[in-house]
Design a protein around this ligand. Sequence first.
Ligand code: GLU
Length: 432
Amino acid sequence: MLRFAPSPTGDMHIGNLRVAIFNYIVSKQRNEDLLVRIEDTDKERNIEGKDKEILEILALFGIEYSQVIYQSQNLHFHSAMALQLLHNKKAFSCFCSSEWLEKKREEAKANKIAYRYDDACASLPAELVIDNMNPFTIRIKKPENTIVIKDHIKGEISFEPNEVDSFIIMRQDKTPTYNFACAVDDMLGDISLIIRGEDHMSNTPKQDLIRTSLGYDKKIEYAHLPIILNDDGKKMSKRDDASSVKWLLEEGFLPSAIANYLILIGNKPPCEIFSMQEAIKWFNLDNISKSPARFDMDKLRFINREHLKNLDAKELSRYVGFADEEIGELARIYLEESGTTKELRTKIAPIFAPKVIPEEFQEQAEIMSQTIKNAPYFDEYEDFKNYIMNESGLKGKNFFKPLRLLLTGAEHGPDVAEIYKYLKNYIGGIVK
Ligand code: GLU
């Protein structure tokens, strides 16, 4: 079983989508199920409705999963497992106050050493624990040996016991910490491989320790994906619009193109343009680069254009608000100068909108539009052009400029002769 474990705390980030896509691809390759676990235990950071939004995005990208679970449904398991650890002396109650811990942290900082819990409560005599009415947290005992993690991308990584520390697994209010809930749920879900962002790397030995202390000896495989950098070489954050999947979709990038791009970066694919289903055939987690990938908008636009070109005319026309093959063919011509469906719409919409004619061509446009309205239907552009030219008496720039403006609503653009084929059946609606 694989899992995708998003937190419903904000817009879905492309890094998270990349994680979801990789999990989906590998689950298909291994013929294992994929579960979605909404990590909703941090009540303060949860945002109403974000879980639904995440599931909608997964559906839009064609990421199938076998079940959705909410981490908060597992709270009783988390408490039970914490008690089991206490009982087996793998964890202990810690009565240190937050003020005291803060003081110790400050001291470490002043001495320029990394703060580690000093295990003050690790071996308190039983009588001090049993009747103690003070609030307490539960800490897991730090590991005795080096923890070695095998990662498909990063290789083998070792963590010394001191780096892991005796850390808190249950807070004073008896809610589980993130690491504890996550480690227990991965165990309960019988997860075989965890693919997630490398920002979770430091959590990995802690989660491993939790499961080992619970007596779970199945070794989970890992793949920690490098972060995605923005143009300035910094981690793509909320401040970068393109980091939000919703924003990219609203800008007119196709899900298939976004997925293609996210599979392509930092990878060694056999070709540049592909679908997720094709990627399932050759994708190899071990080929993913260790170093961060840089987000390149121009590349994404190029890929989007290629995916738009691959749509059939009817599908393409739907993206510009029609359901008509001819408009699809027309849009295909405009694809040469657009990279997104939003840009395509800004080219196609003026064709059917009331025309705004610059002052210098208003007179000619008036004559021409009357002529066009009275003209019979012409199948060929040459015949249409000759007829309008003869009837209106307009020539050269005074003919071609107003013609383009009346037919396309723009001063520049593709050859009118080329687009006439797709516009000829709509002339009545275009020149009003
Ligand atoms: N909920 C975590 C996040 O959204 C992911 C945890 C994990 O994959 O282990 O970053």
